[in-house]
Design a protein around this ligand. Structure first.
Ligand SMILES: Cc1ncc(COP(=O)(O)O)c(C=O)c1O
Ligand SMILES: [Zn+2]
Length: 404
């Protein structure tokens, strides 16, 4: 574990870490999200790091020199180290597909939950809470199931069955609340902070982004230290997209790579809150809009990590785009058919985004591209149920079908 401080994304004030400190009070919960800042110079000059052999399949904790906690849990060895495939897609050669649906609870969110649980242990807190569109909650509930620590989960009642089932199976205490994700988030945050429970809200707890950024580290090492030109990722609250930037930036900062890719955040056209803020330009201002999308995981109208997301994406030279629900469903189906990867809607949007950007000639066929697939499609089969065939046949019809 390394020494680090916390720094406000807006006023740049620095803080020494302490339990219960999640944001800069002067700037508030959305403007005042904190960055975890390490002593990059000393990490860069660390002789052991220069000799370090990275393992393409090891867990995310192989990057402990840039993490705020040490692994202490049974499942820590299995979080991260997810596969990265290469496919020729849409005329682009060797598109990297980082598939995080193969994490223990089947989403990218395990990277953050593993940090949350270990951090709660460090701080001597034995109750964790989380509000979520589904994946962060089911991830926390599943990874924490085997410990003696309690998990309180707050989710919108309408989350997909797969995610709700994971929650119930984990034994966590589930509050499925009537309302939107944005409403449930506010409710849980007020309650959880008042009670002093450990907060597993990635958009406000700065340490959770640290787990998520390991996805970027893995893309680098699994691609033999060649950084792609573009990385595409689905965006809701804005933490995952921010984490990718930070991961790529940190490896460059400590001298392991020489560039940061352009990060493209992909949102749903039905509720493109961060895209709206980004397109309006600086100074970035929090927003609250209403809307909906089939991609439940990114159905966020009041994004909490919007300042980091816009600041980091701009620093990368990237931008935000959005897809209609029809484009998202098509993306799930095409990705599945070409690669065999079944992604949930928010996980498939990078593929739809690539298709759009090639069509608009913003990405060319000679660019190097990575798509980050954040969630397994089995979590939300209902999203595609109306657009797939469910024909049933009699035995006679099957025999007839194959008759000469
Ligand atoms: C599968 C999946 N993809 C993408 C996201 C977007 O992450 P963020 O809310 O940090 O923008 C989420 C968030 O729940 C998710 O579950
Ligand atoms: Zn501040």
């Amino acid at each position: 574990m390394n020494y680090y401080i916390l720094r406000c994304i807006t006023c740049r004030k620095e803080f020494n870490p302490r339990p219960g400190l999640y944001y800069c009070e002067e700037c508030g919960k959305i403007m005042g999200t904190l960055e975890v800042v390490y002593d990059y110079e000393s990490i860069k000059n660390n002789a052991a790091l220069k000799e370090k052999k990275f393992n393409k399949k090891a867990s995310m904790f192989q990057f402990d020199f840039l993490l705020p906690t040490k692994p202490k849990l049974k499942l820590d060895d299995y979080v991260g180290g997810t596969p990265m495939y290469k496919f020729d897609l849409l005329g682009v050669k060797d598109v990297l597909i980082k598939y995080d649906g193969s994490n223990p609870s089947s989403s990218y969110k395990d990277r953050a939950s593993a940090i949350a649980i270990n951090k709660a242990i460090d701080e001597g807190n034995d109750i964790l809470f989380c509000a979520s569109t589904g994946n962060a909650a089911s991830s926390l509930a599943m990874l924490n199931a085997h410990t003696d620590m309690k998990t309180y989960i707050f989710v919108p009642a309408a989350i997909p069955d797969g995610k709700r089932t994971q929650l119930e199976i984990s034994g966590a205490e589930v509050m499925a609340v009537e309302g939107t994700y944005d409403e449930v988030y506010d409710l849980s945050l007020e309650l959880g902070l008042k009670k002093g429970w450990y907060c597993r809200h990635a958009a406000i707890n700065p340490y959770l982004l640290e787990g998520k950024k390991t996805g970027a580290f893995e893309i680098i090492i699994q691609n033999d230290f060649q950084v792609p030109d573009y990385v595409l990722i689905g965006v809701g609250d804005g933490t995952v997209v921010s984490s990718l930037y930070k991961g790529f930036w940190e490896f460059k900062e400590i001298g392991l790579t020489d560039k940061v890719p352009k990060i493209i955040g992909v949102q749903a056209e039905g509720i493109p809150a961060i895209k709206k803020v980004f397109d309006k330009g600086k100074p970035y201002k929090p927003i609250s809009i209403e809307g909906s999308t089939v991609a439940d995981s990114i159905s966020v109208g009041k994004p909490r990590d919007v300042i980091k997301a816009c600041t980091y994406v701009e620093a990368s030279g990237g931008y935000f785009i959005s897809l209609t629900d029809d484009e998202i469903i098509d993306a799930i189906k095409e990705l599945g058919k070409i690669t065999g990867i079944f992604a949930e809607p928010a996980g498939a949007v990078p593929y739809g985004g690539l298709k759009k950007l090639i069509y608009e000639e913003k990405i060319s066929k000679s660019d190097t591209v990575c798509l980050v697939i954040t969630g397994n499609g089995l979590k939300d089969v209902n999203a595609v149920k109306d657009s797939i065939s469910k024909t049933t046949l009699t035995a006679e019809e099957v025999i007839k079908r194959f008759e000469e």
